[in-house]
Ligand binder design. Sequence first.
Ligand code: SAH
Length: 221
Amino acid sequence: MPRRDEDTDRFTVARADLVGSLSQRVNDERVLAAMRRVPREEFVPANIVSDAYLNIALPIGDGQTISQPLIVAQMTSSLQTRPGDRILEVGTGSGYQAAVLSLLVHEVITVERIPGLTEEARTRLSRLGYHNVRVEQAVEELGWPEDAPYDGMLVTAGAPELPLALLEQLRVHGRMVVPTGPLGMQDLLLVTKTDTGHETKNLGACAFVPLVGRGAWPTPG
Ligand code: SAH
């Protein structure tokens, strides 16, 4: 059923309110402006569309979630992207984070492990006109080495420890934001690759679904 104009207006108002509340926590007008343009209601399942502008993570099927808007804002801001950047996202999920990123950089390559989600996100992003996002089906190896090195990397699933395979796909002086730690409760790390290794800053506690694959958590079940 096509959405009515009054629904569009209602969502636009709710989106402005949500991003307004995020601006008290995230001091990054570029990122907030991008989030003001991405219709989160298009990225959540139809039966919970009325929750799209609550500042919470929401289920998207297959036991996965679309991240909390505040976390999206914080992660995106920490990456300090530049317009010419090529960014890798690991964990496409709904495609929402990739859409936000795509408004800030030249190209986003995003990789998803669950084929149904990959297909859905690819169709959705293309329908909504995010043509500088490429959605790839994850293989056993973490990330997407084919197009490495990336200027920045966002990992939106929790790794047991810093995934060195992903660090390898980052260019020197590039930044990577990655939740790291035990299942259900991680630290959000900002990792900067240096000539000789890497530097790490802890951005605070977070909770992500597990990063699954070689060098991360084993496949569930
Ligand atoms: N960024 C998403 C939310 C991600 S939820 C959004 O904006 O909606 C985390 C996602 O990471 C899940 O969909 C999960 O299937 C995926 N994932 C887990 N391990 C992965 C891996 N090794 N490679 C790619 N995706 C992975």
